[in-house]
Design a protein around this ligand. Structure first.
Ligand code: NAD
Length: 475
């Protein structure tokens, strides 16, 4: 596990000016892992000022050199990926396999954006009148505030830091209070990779809201990139409006998983187990509502019950456990309340539905008899609960799948041509057809509707940290 539990400002680890600390707890055991430094207003100001001071030289650093530093971070973290995974397990609770999967995904962003740093393109055009030249170029947007959630504490940080640094921006990372140790691990690796002082800063203010608002009102902060709930995203969009700060938002989801008539049930069950249970269900991409054609629904439910009732649940550091803990007892209780509300609304528990006495564990659960209007189908469950809704008509399934404020990801299983035609009708930034995992540094990740603004990863991800500039030339 990482033993760093301090702030990182202007190239130095510091306890912060207040000397205050907050606890970081292992949700599997309830044990204290560390007391992490609290950043006060002066620390946050210092981080913004450090990022601001470092900006001119970092943005003028050759893209190749920026890329090579990112590449070194990729190499350092590749060597240390098991230690990174253990840190993730300890403070987040997820299983070791999920944590190692996250570590690999997270590290890959440094390699991907090391390569993208030298691929920022511009354009040179002739005006229609033929007597003027139009040059379109890019420049780094400036100091960026990066705010990340607890569910993918490494990947959500690297998915932002890597493109920001590749673009020539300097950053202040504000990780979730539950998972600051993973953030410190990543920042430490960046320092060892040769990131100059002030280019990456780490602050953990408590309480969060006022400190983030203050940083967003600093005139030098020109970008906020946020991953978290839609609720907090809305607050940040309001705050960003005051200084017209550019905002990228990766927000909540309510992913439908549609199984069409004639789908290969073996493939659909295999995909459903991954799309539902990856990260213990605590993923913005987690399948949340299973719309299963009535010809397959009973078989699907029974197959899911039979698989999930055998899952081994326990602390993630024991590598034989398939499902770890939720991030906190409060999150576990939220899931339990949603399940009990679902039952009050007419759902039946086929398996699971149990909270642990010790630790933040919730058993893998399958619910049948769920209707589209059941509260469990209307919001993110963020836990290991499969909610199955039967349908008869594919048009109805599409209508129900789209009937949500969210639009992050959707899954479709079925015969290829029909599945593709349904995929085209689904309002989601990402649609998985006959597959269960879409997250890929080389692909644009992001949502429609209230699931977000902008895209991360791929060649689109770096554009979020660049301003387009038009230079007109009259020769
Ligand atoms: P959250 O919105 O509660 O917190 C996210 C971050 O915002 C944390 O760092 C938190 O400290 C900070 N925060 C909280 N209140 C704030 C405020 N008033 N001002 C500024 N910052 C504030 O989300 P969470 O519970 O940590 O994470 C779960 C949510 O994240 C889910 O909704 C999930 O769908 C979403 N998520 C989305 C993606 C995506 O890419 N779309 C990826 C992962 C998670």
């Amino acid at each position: 596990m990482s033993h760093i539990s301090d702030l990182f400002i202007a190239g130095r680890w510091t306890e912060g000016r207040s000397g205050g600390r907050f606890p970081v707890v292992d949700p599997a055991s309830g044990e204290l892992l560390a007391s992490f430094a609290i950043a006060d207003e002066a620390d946050c100001d210092a981080a913004v000022e450090a990022a601001s001071k470092a900006l001119p030289s970092w943005s003028a650093t050759a893209p190749r050199e920026r890329g090579e530093i990112l590449r070194r971070a990729f190499e350092i973290l590749t060597d240390e990926r098991e230690k990174l995974a253990e840190t993730i397990v300890l403070e987040n609770g997820k299983s070791y396999a999920d944590a190692l999967g996250e570590a690999n995904y997270a590290i890959e962003f440094f390699r991907w954006f090391a390569e993208e740093a030298v691929r920022v393109r511009g354009d040179f055009r002739l005006s229609p009148s033929g007597d003027k030249h139009i040059v379109v170029t890019h420049q780094p947007i400036g100091v960026a505030l990066l705010i990340t959630p607890w569910n993918f504490p490494a990947a959500m940080a690297t998915r932002k830091i890597a493109p920001a640094l590749a673009a020539g921006c300097t950053v202040i990372l504000k990780p979730a209070r539950e998972t600051p140790l993973t953030a410190a691990f990543v920042v430490d690796a960046l320092q060892r990779a040769g990131v100059p002082d002030g280019v990456v800063n780490l602050v953990t203010p408590v309480p969060t809201g006022p400190a983030v608002a203050r940083m967003l009102h600093h005139p030098d902060v020109r970008k906020v990139s946020f991953t978290g709930s839609t609720e907090v995203g809305r607050v940040l969009l309001h705050e960003a409006a005051d200084n017209v700060v550019s905002a990228s938002m990766e927000l909540g989801g309510n992913a439908p998983f549609v199984i069409l008539p004639g789908a290969d049930l073996d493939a659909a069950v295999e995909g459903a187990l991954i799309a539902k249970m990856r990260n213990g269900g605590s993923a913005c991409t987690a399948a949340n509502r299973f719309y299963v054609h009535s010809s397959l629904a009973a078989d699907f439910a029974e197959r899911m019950r039979s698989e999930l009732s055998q899952w081994q649940v326990g602390p993630g550091l024991d590598r034989s456990n398939q499902l770890g803990a939720l991030v906190s007892v409060q999150e576990r209780d939220k899931v339990a309340e949603l399940v009990s509300a679902a039952v009050d609304f007419g759902a039946t528990i086929l398996t699971g539905g149990e909270s642990s006495k010790d630790g933040a564990f919730y058993s893998p659960t399958v619910l049948t008899g769920v209707t589209h209007h059941n509260p469990i189908a209307r919001q993110e469950i963020f836990g290991p609960v499969t909610a199955i809704i039967e349908y008869d008509d594919v048009d109805d399934a599409v209508r129900m799948a789209n009937d949500t404020i969210y639009g992050l990801i959707a899954y479709v299983y079925g015969e290829s041509a029909q599945a593709l035609s349904v995929a085209q009708r689904l309002d989601a930034g990402m649609v998985a057809v006959n597959r269960a995992v879409l997250s890929d540094p080389a692909a644009p990740f992001g949502g429609m509707k209230q699931s977000g603004l902008g895209r991360e990863g791929s060649s689109e991800g770096i554009l979020e940290f660049l301003e387009e500039k038009y230079i007109g030339i009259d020769l």
